[in-house]
Write a protein that binds this ligand. Structure first.
Ligand code: ZN
Length: 332
């Protein structure tokens, strides 16, 4: 009993040590099953420093469609950036109005009808051109009213000066972000969540390598998954910073110093509440081999379902990775 009281006391100290985050085991519960109606999902893309984006949009759409849970549309900016490396995939969701440009360029016609969808997935990235003001406002209203949003990898690099967007993603990197955007957050080796307010830029990663992911709380997105699993080769995003309001860190990745990482367990899978809206944020997904990870696919599909419905109905796949062995599905 003394041990239990001690653990409870420690947990209460830890849960009050960080005012912004919401990492309580009971923060989000699965209250029932989802409707059999397919949820409507929109992938938005067109400008990303990662030239894999035309292929990764096709990959994500394929995973979503094959789950039989979702219907998926793609909405692309007319001027595209870095669209030329995968022409066969670029052609899948481009038409005669699309043209690839040397530098990111604002699309004044970019006006997705967000309210038609249960969740929006961003496959934008670093240096994405600003959206028209009315489109930004429409997205804010959609999220405030209970929309769903999924931020994948470099989507958290975009729009450093858009305060509402930074609140939606919770933590972001690069683009001039620094201590003015918020604190650094990470887990130490003792499993404690640390908030670090020191000055400095936001966003770093070392060499690409397989990432060991550690579950940090119970959540429908993680239900039934092992405490630790191995993700295929990817970038280990670290030193993200942002408002971190209503943010729950679901899982972290360890970024070892011998791979030029931070030496810390960095936030990797997160949920954020914004108004009545739900956001799932994954920092994974640098290149096609990262998107082929069973760990990525599983948490992505579950995160999209949670963002769209607040619930997760999916079971753990039989080939889910183990603590030391990653698994991937080749995508052709
Ligand atoms: Zn990357």
């Amino acid at each position: 009993m003394k041990k239990l009281i001690l653990i409870t006391a420690l947990m209460s100290i830890l849960s009050t040590s960080c005012t912004h985050l919401n990492n309580k085991a009971t923060s989000d519960t699965n209250n029932g099953s989802v409707s059999i109606n397919k949820r409507k999902i929109l992938i938005i893309d067109g400008q990303n420093n990662h030239n894999v984006w035309p292929k990764s949009t096709v990959m994500m759409k394929s995973y979503l469609t094959e789950s039989n849970l979702f219907e998926v549309d793609v909405y692309r900016t007319k001027p595209t950036w870095n669209g030329g490396t995968h022409p066969e995939f670029y052609a899948s969701y481009s038409n005669s109005s699309n043209f690839d440009v040397e530098k990111p360029q604002m699309d004044i016609t970019f006006t997705p009808n967000f309210s038609q969808y249960d969740a929006i997935i961003s496959n934008f990235g670093y240096k994405t051109a600003e959206w028209p003001t009315q489109t930004k406002r429409a997205f804010e209203v959609y999220m405030e009213s209970g929309g769903g949003f999924v931020s994948v990898h470099a989507a958290n690099n975009a729009f450093p000066g858009w305060l509402a967007f930074n609140k939606m993603i919770g933590l972001g990197g690069w683009g001039g972000r620094n201590e003015k955007n918020g604190s650094y957050f990470y887990y130490n080796e003792d499993g404690n969540l640390i908030e670090n307010k020191q000055a400095g830029k936001a966003g770093t990663h070392g060499e690409k390598h397989e990432l060991q992911i550690t579950k940090r709380t119970e959540h429908p997105i993680l239900k039934g998954l092992p405490t630790v699993w191995m993700h295929t080769k990817d970038e280990c995003y670290g030193q993200l910073r942002g408002p971190a309001k209503n943010l729950t860190i679901l899982a972290t990745a360890f970024c070892p110093k011998d791979k030029n990482g931070t030496g810390r367990h960095e936030p990797t899978l997160m949920t954020i509440r914004y108004g009545k809206g739900r956001i799932f944020h994954t920092t994974l997904g640098h290149d096609d081999y990262s998107f082929e990870s069973v760990g990525f696919i599983t948490t992505f599909l579950r995160g999209v379902e949670w963002a769209a419905t607040g619930q997760v109905s999916q079971i753990v796949p039989a080939d889910f990775p183990t603590k030391y062995v990653s698994r991937k599905l080749n995508f052709n």
